[in-house]
Each structure stands twice: as structure tokens, then as C-alpha cells.
Design a protein around this ligand. Structure first.
Ligand code: MN
Length: 407
């Protein structure tokens, strides 16, 4: 019986042998296969969180392709926006058909819904589908159990990514990947990106995520993956340039901007931002800096100086402004027209708790600005104004939790 049905789907006895699945008994993959078999020929909606990320998008694609083998037609839907550039890059480069559902769209036409990388708490589609009496068929997710909706099939696991769970389904035989099949290569590339981005480039990955990535590795299109990542990176640089532009302070033709925390991979955006600030009218010298972090590694304030002023020697300027460490090593130096500096965060490094990070940035930002304003001889005016701003900010917030301000 089962075998006959697979034959119909695949349309040839040749592939029948490969796909009539010997799914691991008692596995979630086998359970999902049985579920899809029961709903053969239906039309389903795959629901994503309102702001879908690569993990959600790639997992949905996997579900869509698996379900297609049971003649189930799936729409991948969300009700918010695809906000981040990396997600846009993923969707565009891999040609993944996402549908943005608006209020006007009729959801009653679906036989059932499937929640992927969400348990219904991060989308308003949950209520709309409930109102339209569309039953929930499946939930596949890696977040904490929410107990908001019930489903025929539930697979919620503590792994780094939902894409890891779907990769396991593929491995278990729900859709064995074939390197010569372009759509399979696209799927593997999407899932790899999903796992990597969801685990912070594997930093937070668990054993299961590594196993999944290892399986996907031989099917991934490296060029496409690199393109997705480079689009992501250049857009990150744009974000940092934007922050620099918004936070810059211009005095005496010097433009100075602290951009906050910068991921190690994005550190090149700091000199790019300095180059950009230099294009502003009346600015001859631009300085941009941020705290560059990479979990488990050394933390540094990294800064860049760019100047068009012929009489300004970046090397001498930075050495004088920032001075040297106890061991006599200068924090900064340079060449003609450009310079850079690196200040180790040292003792304060490695704590990523939000409040702590905010104060850490505040102190470094403040100290670096003081050094430069002192060098330029404009310290007093700016400090006074800033002091007032901060004091009123602190008063407006919770004064008890404010650490003693320096000096
Ligand atoms: Mn996720």
C-alpha cells in the first residue's frame, strides 16, 4: 500500500526504491511522514514569525519541499516584513517564494497550518487562522515550549536552529538530497545559512547543529553562500556608517563618532565609516571607533582616522592624543592621511549582559572623546554640554542603579 503510493508521487519505479522510506522507526521523521501521508493532496499554510529570519525561511523551504512529495501544496506565509538584508539576500538569491499575507487575504482556503520556527506567539496569523477555523497540523521549533496552540504533530527540541531539525528529517529519509538536483542544492545552502546565522556563525552551535552542518556541507553552493554573507556584510557596514553619521560630533573641522559594539567580522566597517564622514563639507579629519567583540577572543576598542589636512600627521596626532600603555606601547599610530588605534578592553572584556555593556561603552566612548577634545583644545565646552545631557538622562531614568560617574 505504502509503496504503491510513493510510486504515484515519484512517477517512476526507479526513484520509488530510493524514496519508499526506511525511516528510522519511532523517529520524528517517521511520525511526520505518517502525518503528511494522512493529509496527502491538501493545501497547507506554513506560518513564519512576523519578521522571518534565515532559520525560519530555510526551514519553511525544507517543509515545503518535503510536503510536495505527498502532493501537499504549501504556501510560506508571514504577516510582517522581511527586514534584515541577510534575509532579503537569502530570499532573492535562492528564489524562495514567501507570501506576505495582508488583512485582505483569505486564509480559510487552507486545509491546515504548519508553524515553523515559531509556536504562534510571534505572529498575528495565529489568531486569524484560528478565527478561520484552520486546524494546526504541525509545530516544529527550537524555542522554549509555549503551550499556546495544539497540533497533531509537535517537534520542539533544544537545538541551535530549527534548520537543524529539518536537516535531520532530510537525513532520515524524508527528502534525501541529491547533488545534481539544483533545488536540493538551493535547499542545502539555505539550511546551512539558517544554521550558521542562528548560532552566531556556529559560536552557539550544539553537537546536533554541527552534525547537521556537516551533512549539508557536501551539497552547499559555496558561491551562493558567500554572496549571501557578503551582502549581509556590506549592509552591516551600511548600518555602522549610518550610526557614525547619526552620532558624529563635529568641532573645528574634526568629525568624531563612536559606533558602539561591532562584531569582529564587521570591523572593516570602521575605516569605511571614517572615509564616509570625511566626505562631509567642512570636515577635514574623521575619527570613528567602536568596541570590537568576538566571543571568547580579546576585546578591543578599534578606531580609524582619516584626514585631508596636509599639515596633520596622523601618527603624531594619535600618539599625542591617546598616549601609551603602562608598558610604553602607543595605542595608536599611522601614516600619511590615515591612522588607527587599538585599546585593549582587558579586565572589562567578555561580559555581554546588557546593562554592563551599556556602561562599558559609555565609559570608553567618554574617555576617548575626552582625549581627542583635550588634544584639540575644545574639551571644556563639549564636556559641559554633555555632562548636562547625561545628568538629565540619568535623572529621568533610575538614579539608584546609576554607577558613580567618573570624576
Ligand atoms: Mn530559529
Amino acid at each position: 500500500m505504502e509503496r504503491e503510493r510513493y510510486k504515484v508521487v515519484e512517477g517512476s519505479t526507479e526513484t520509488k526504491e530510493q524514496t519508499a522510506p526506511s525511516l528510522p522507526a519511532g523517529s520524528k521523521a517517521a511520525e511526520l511522514a505518517a502525518l503528511l501521508e494522512r493529509h496527502r493532496g491538501e493545501r497547507h499554510i506554513i506560518v513564519l514569525q512576523s519578521f522571518p529570519d534565515p532559520d525560519a525561511i530555510s526551514s519553511a523551504l525544507a517543509h515545503q519541499m518535503i510536503a510536495a512529495r505527498y502532493e501537499i501544496e504549501c504556501d510560506i506565509a508571514y504577516d510582517g516584513v522581511i527586514s534584515h538584508h541577510e534575509n532579503v539576500a537569502l530570499v532573492e538569491l535562492l528564489d524562495i517564494p514567501l507570501i506576505r499575507l495582508t488583512e485582505r487575504d483569505d486564509v480559510a482556503r487552507y486545509h491546515a497550518s504548519v508553524f515553523v520556527d515559531t509556536q504562534g506567539t510571534t505572529t498575528r496569523l495565529t489568531e486569524r487562522l484560528a478565527e478561520a477555523r484552520v486546524p494546526v497540523l504541525a509545530i516544529v521549533d527550537h524555542h522554549e515550549f509555549q503551550n499556546v496552540i495544539e497540533a497533531e504533530f509537535v517537534d520542539i527540541r533544544h537545538v541551535g536552529a530549527t534548520a537543524t531539525i529539518y536537516t535531520e528529517y532530510l537525513q532520515d529519509g524524508l527528502l534525501p538530497l541529491d547533488r545534481t538536483d539544483e533545488s536540493h542544492v538551493r535547499l542545502a545552502t539555505a539550511l546551512m545559512h539558517g544554521i550558521r546565522s542562528e548560532t552566531g556563525g556556529m559560536v552557539r552551535a550544539r553537537r546536533e547543529d554541527y552534525m547537521a552542518a556537516a551533512y549539508l556541507a557536501e551539497f552547499v553552493n559555496q558561491t551562493t553562500l558567500a554572496a549571501i554573507l557578503s551582502i549581509e556584510r556590506s549592509r552591516k557596514a551600511m548600518d555602522i556608517i549610518k550610526i557614525a553619521l547619526e552620532s558624529r560630533i563635529v568641532r573645528d573641522n574634526y568629525s568624531i563618532a563612536g559606533v558602539g559594539y561591532v562584531r569582529y567580522e564587521d570591523r572593516d566597517a570602521i575605516p569605511q565609516a571614517a572615509d564616509f564622514l570625511l566626505t562631509e563639507e567642512n570636515v577635514h579629519t574623521a575619527i570613528v571607533y567602536g568596541i570590537v567583540i568576538k566571543p571568547g577572543e580579546r576585546e578591543m576598542v578599534i578606531g580609524s582616522l582619516r584626514t585631508r589636512k596636509a599639515t596633520l600627521n596622523p601618527d603624531a596626532f594619535l600618539k599625542e592624543a591617546l598616549g601609551s600603555s603602562d608598558s610604553g606601547r602607543y595605542y595608536g599610530g599611522g601614516r600619511r592621511e590615515a591612522g588607527g588605534f587599538e585599546i585593549p578592553v582587558g579586565f572589562l572584556a567578555g561580559t555581554y549582559e546588557e546593562e554592563f555593556m551599556r556602561w562599558k561603552w559609555y565609559l570608553y566612548d567618554r574617555q576617548i572623546k575626552r582625549k581627542f577634545w583635550t588634544k584639540l583644545g575644545v574639551l571644556e565646552a563639549i564636556e559641559q554640554k554633555r555632562e548636562q545631557e547625561i545628568e538629565s538622562q540619568l535623572r529621568g531614568r533610575n538614579p539608584d542603579s546609576s554607577p558613580t560617574k567618573p570624576e
